[in-house]
Design a protein around this ligand. Sequence first.
Ligand code: C5P
Ligand code: MG
Length: 273
Amino acid sequence: MIPELSNPSVCMRDPQRVQEILQSMVKAGSNTVQVISDFDMTLTRFAYNGKRCPTCHNILDNSNLISNDCKIELKELLNTYYPIEIDSSRSIEEKLPLMVEWWTKAHELLVQQKIRKDLLAMVVQESDAMLREGYKLLFDHLYEHSIPLLIFSAGIGDILEEVIRQAGVFHPNVKVFSNYMDFDESGELRAFKGELIHIYNKREGALLNTGHFQELRTRPNVLLLGDSLGDLTMADGVHDMENILKIGFLNDKVNTISHSHGLYNVSIPLTSL
Ligand code: C5P
Ligand code: MG
């Protein structure tokens, strides 16, 4: 067994099953493996030194590209909808339309701010964005072994790409599915491209990207990393899956959501800020 799995911060519903999955993947070899990961609060940290770290959206919301009035409105949206996102007493069916409402309203506000493409790198540089401990080892190791890493995020693609670029880990084996900004010829944000990705439609997003999974059809062993229940569907487009190891990072409301995170094979609760 991998020594890190005996760390007290790692929970496994069925350690025997985890062992079987791992053994089977090791036997099949790294050329049969692909990794699919969520971004916000999975590849990035939830908190550092007792302080919450920003999501892709928060990086923009807190930046000087946003007017003070708009910041207040975005904060109100966060205060209204984030508690709903992490409320385990409500069903996904009940939460889904509210999450669409959150993303739609927030994106409308961002578009009104005429954000400039050429300032995004600076905004990320000046933010408190932080990748999770061990990120470099993960990204570099996957690259060295030519293992594809799909980052599947309901955040903002332009921002997340900048975070991994500045951290020096945007290697050629990394592919991103996310919400991308659409800029006009003068470089100002005018809309978001394509279908909205929110936390509960990653399955649909996966099924739309058949080409990607078709290319990776010789890799039926999947390592899935996420922090929300919606992330469990990120691998639904994988062809003829043989093994999947689902690793969940339990960030907020660790005690109340622990039952639902039983859906992950391995879960890593964050016990305190
Ligand atoms: O990368 P990931 O799929 O985790 O990105 C989604 C996260 O973005 C959600 O967990 C949500 O809390 C956050 N979000 C935000 N502001 C918004 C919309 C979503 O911080 N306006
Ligand atoms: Mg997340």
